[in-house]
Design a protein around this ligand. Structure first.
Ligand code: FRU
Length: 515
């Protein structure tokens, strides 16, 4: 059953690849390129490609003052197809510069997901004349091998850059880690383990994570595997990440495992485990599933490498169920906002909480603040004429009651976000949010549990023109959703079915990162 699901997923992508190929051949994409209507959905505070298809973030690394973001990119169409590594750079994680494509397919295959590291000690030997190399480790997916029915078509390869990521040279002896004959064998994420003085690679292998070690990034030895009987297994495991977070001086290891399908609100989602790592084995404190984001639209997320103790996470803001069909044609899909991860204790459990990166402060205008707002009827969050997107809404209350925040337009299209006391859940309802009929699973009400049992509640909503990121209870519950209203939303109202009092309500307009 599982292998059927996995094959189904990949086949789905290849089907789109074939459709794209035919459209490309007839030059149809060139025509669509001039169509500017898609710009109404273009994110203003999130990274999106100028044109064509994007999926997973890849090779995220900080080096010499620059945050690099590579990503799965199909330059010839706006549906998934032969993968390249696109590239963007940022000095502050907020403003992005779109760079040329950096890693191209070759005879070994197309360029699937992977990571990048700064090889400070030049263990790889790629550094020349004292220049520290950035080394990318990625999966090469050999379509010919797959079509021929082989099992070893996903192998790991290297490329390096000696000019701060501007140009890349593939290693002449690729691949460095060959598939042992397992079809789903991909998405290497590598870090330097100081105690063992080795590189550690986490690799997604069907339904578990393999851990490998290496002294030089070129030769890899398998150390252990984890996960066959842990966590959620509704689909294939993809895009892992392993890193320590500090909790009151103690090192807690986080293992991120992306899963597709099988997420809490269907389709793609990101689960994680907390535990110990001794340089060889990952030992979880619990094998129960924990989700980093309960919304449907945060997938393939991993963290930046070389940022010290600060761990910054970024995901792809879509879901494989409908990513190929969302109603933009010239460009398709975007990334979430970068989030900082930290460990929080709740009762006897520990969770990873997400916070919006502090650099977002750069985009903020003066907050419009209301205090002790009584919600006997729905009220406008600010004067209707002044509602603008993107924006950030912060809300807090001392006595928890049902409430909702509704974004709407003059056509009665609406996105409803809220908290339901009876089920103790947050929710985002996009059933009447605008264009939804491009896929049967899109129009849905998504829910997420609340993890704390206290009467104080806080909620932040980061709203862009076609996405919303909810962070509740200091980031313990997170939900990301995308939406496509026919006309832009121009009203935000807060309401309650009970007599709720919002202690503080803040509306903060955000500046676009592209102007
Ligand atoms: C996750 C994923 C990865 C793979 C890439 C291909 O979304 O399926 O496992 O490397 O996308 O584009």
């Amino acid at each position: 059953m599982r292998s059927y699901l996995i094959l189904g997923m990949l086949k789905g992508k290849f089907f789109f690849g074939i459709v794209a190929f035919f459209l490309d051949s007839f030059g149809l994409y060139a025509q669509i390129d001039t169509n500017i209507k898609d710009e109404q959905y273009r994110p203003l505070i999130h990274f999106s490609p100028k044109e064509k298809w994007v999926n997973d973030p890849n090779g995220m690394v900080y080096h010499n003052g620059i945050y690099h973001l590579f990503y799965q990119y199909h330059p010839n169409s706006s549906v998934w197809g032969p993968m390249h590594w696109g590239h963007a750079t940022s000095k502050d994680l907020v403003h992005w510069k779109r760079e040329p494509i950096k890693i191209f397919p070759d005879s070994l295959g197309t360029i699937f997901s992977g990571s990048a590291v700064v090889d400070k000690n030049n263990t790889s030997g790629f550094g020349k004349k004292g220049v520290v190399p950035i080394v990318a480790i990625f999966t090469q997916h050999n379509e010919a091998g797959e079509k021929a029915g082989k099992n070893d078509y996903q192998n790991q390869s290297l490329a390096y850059s000696l000019d701060n990521g501007k140009s890349w040279t593939k290693y002449s002896d690729n691949p460095v880690l060959k598939s042992p004959g397992i079809r789903d064998f991909r998405d290497p994420k590598v870090f330097w383990d100081e105690p063992t003085k080795k590189w550690i690679m986490s690799l997604a292998v069907v339904d578990r994570i393999y851990f490998y070690s290496s002294y030089n990034l070129r030769n890899w030895t398998k150390e252990s595997d984890f996960g066959e009987t842990a966590g959620a297994h509704g689909g294939v495991w993809e895009c892992p990440d392993l890193f320590p977070l500090d909790y009151n001086g103690k090192e807690i290891w986080v293992l991120i495992v992306n899963l597709n399908p099988g997420g809490p609100n269907k389709g793609s989602a990101t689960q994680y485990f907390l535990g110990d790592f001794d340089g060889k084995n990952f030992s979880p404190y619990s094998i129960e599933t924990k989700w980093l984001d309960y919304g449907p639209d945060d997938y393939a997320g991993i963290t930046w490498s070389n940022t010290g103790k600060r761990k910054i996470f970024l995901g792809w803001m879509s879901n494989w169920m409908y990513a190929n069909f969302v109603p933009t044609e010239t460009w398709r899909n975007a990334m979430t906002i970068p989030r900082e991860l930290k460990i929080v204790k709740t009762g006897n459990d520990m969770l990873v909480a997400s916070t919006l990166i502090k650099e977002i402060a750069k985009l903020k205008s003066k907050p419009v603040v209301s205090k002790n707002v009584v919600l006997s009827k729905p009220i406008d969050i600010a004067k209707t004429s002044s509602i603008k997107f993107p924006c950030l809404i912060n809300l807090s209350t001392d006595s928890i009651k049902d409430f909702s925040v509704t974004l709407s337009n003059d056509d009665s299209e609406k996105l409803v976000i809220g908290y339901d006391r009876a089920s103790n859940q947050y929710f985002i309802d996009r059933t009447r949010s605008g264009k939804t009929n491009f896929h049967k699973e899109f129009a849905a009400k998504h829910t997420a549990p609340r993890f704390v049992n206290i009467s104080k509640l806080n909620l932040s909503l980061l709203i862009d023109v076609s996405s919303l990121e909810l962070l509740a209870d200091d980031g313990l519950t997170v939900m990301t959703v995308i939406f496509f209203p026919n006309k832009p939303y121009n009203q935000i109202q807060v309401g309650s079915t009970e007599r709720a009092v919002i202690k503080k309500l803040e509306y903060i307009k955000l500046k676009s990162i592209w102007r």
